[in-house]
Design a protein around this ligand. Structure first.
Ligand code: KPL
Length: 309
């Protein structure tokens, strides 16, 4: 397939390399005007005993920023941060062929309303992944954690694209098609509401959140998120969410969360699309979410401190 990926961040590059390995033609649309670039992937795979084994580094060459390649693409994958989706769509909108499916994959929720009004004719899919990757510099990608990816239709015209889940599964397993993509999006939102703000505020690796000092706050975050999810129609319990969060903390113990990295590098975070989205939905349902509100305020303060420097 001819595929254009918008956003050469860690997740975009990881999928690009894995799809290229399956002989798909990957083209990038980035914020630079470079016509090509190379990436070294430090990949890993899971062995039968569920351990992660590193693979030898592999070099990938990609073309980029070619308008004609966008027009020829059979699939557009958007992996920019949630707050960049609107701009990314504006940049390429006039060049996407009619009926080309557009898949959107980012942490958090809340871009759906804009996407719906901007892309009336195109099949739109959303995706969420628990694969973890880290980009230590412009030329390298480290695949740091394995986890499932879910794909699903966001509008009626995307219903016929379930075969894309198989294509993604071949590239980077496991990947499945979900009949209600909002469910895995909410599940991932819950994980991000728990891990991302705390790891950014306390400047720690995800694994440190397993220590007893974080037990009460994580439990309350999960209670609040479960109440909002239930009001949205999802049959979750706070206990089950906490178990899931604990499992992810363990599986990604050595990771620095994306929010930690954003704060560390003095970049804008996705807090408004993670905890901020939860707070917005909580207000709609009349549910109090004091712990999440406190975490949202603390992260906003950290972001403000960048602006003051
Ligand atoms: O999605 C993540 C992130 O860092 O944004 C987790 C799951 C917390 C892994 O670090």
């Amino acid at each position: 397939m001819q595929i254009t990926i918008l956003g050469a961040g860690a997740i975009g590059c990881l999928w690009a390399c894995r799809l290229a390995k399956q002989d798909h033609h990957i083209h990038f649309w980035t914020r630079t005007d470079k016509p090509s670039f190379s990436i070294v992937l430090n990949d890993c795979v899971q062995t039968k005993d569920h351990a992660q084994t590193p693979l030898a580094p592999e070099l990938f060459d990609f073309t980029s920023n070619n308008i004609q390649s966008i027009a020829k693409s059979e699939l557009i994958i958007i992996t920019v941060k949630a707050f960049q989706v609107e701009q990314a769509l504006n940049d390429i909108f006039d060049h996407i062929a009619p009926h080309t499916p557009i898949m959107i994959m980012h942490n958090g929720m809340g871009t759906q309303q804009h996407v719906k009004t901007r892309l009336v004719d195109h099949p739109i899919l959303y995706a969420t992944t628990s694969q973890a990757a880290f980009k230590p510099n412009k030329e390298h990608i480290n695949h740091t954690g394995l986890g499932p990816t879910w794909l699903g239709a966001f509008n009626q015209s995307a219903q016929g694209f379930a075969s894309l889940a198989e294509l993604f599964h071949q590239a980077l397993a496991p990947c499945g098609w979900h009949h209600d993509i909002n469910e895995p999006l909410w599940q991932k939102l819950a994980i991000n509401c728990a891990i991302n703000p705390l790891s950014a505020i306390h400047r720690c690796q995800n694994g440190e959140l397993a220590t007893p000092q974080f037990h009460a706050v994580l439990t309350q975050v999960c209670h609040e998120v479960a109440a909002v999810m239930q009001a949205e129609g999802y049959a979750v319990t706070a206990k089950k969410l906490k178990q899931t969060v604990d499992t992810v903390i363990k599986a990604t113990a050595a990771n620095y969360s994306s929010m930690y990295q954003d704060i560390f590098q003095q970049r804008k975070t996705e807090i408004d699309y993670i905890t901020g989205y939860l707070i917005t939905r909580a207000k709609v349902h009349g549910i109090a979410v004091p712990m999440n509100t406190q975490l949202w305020q603390d992260v906003k303060l950290l972001e403000q401190n960048h602006d003051d420097k």
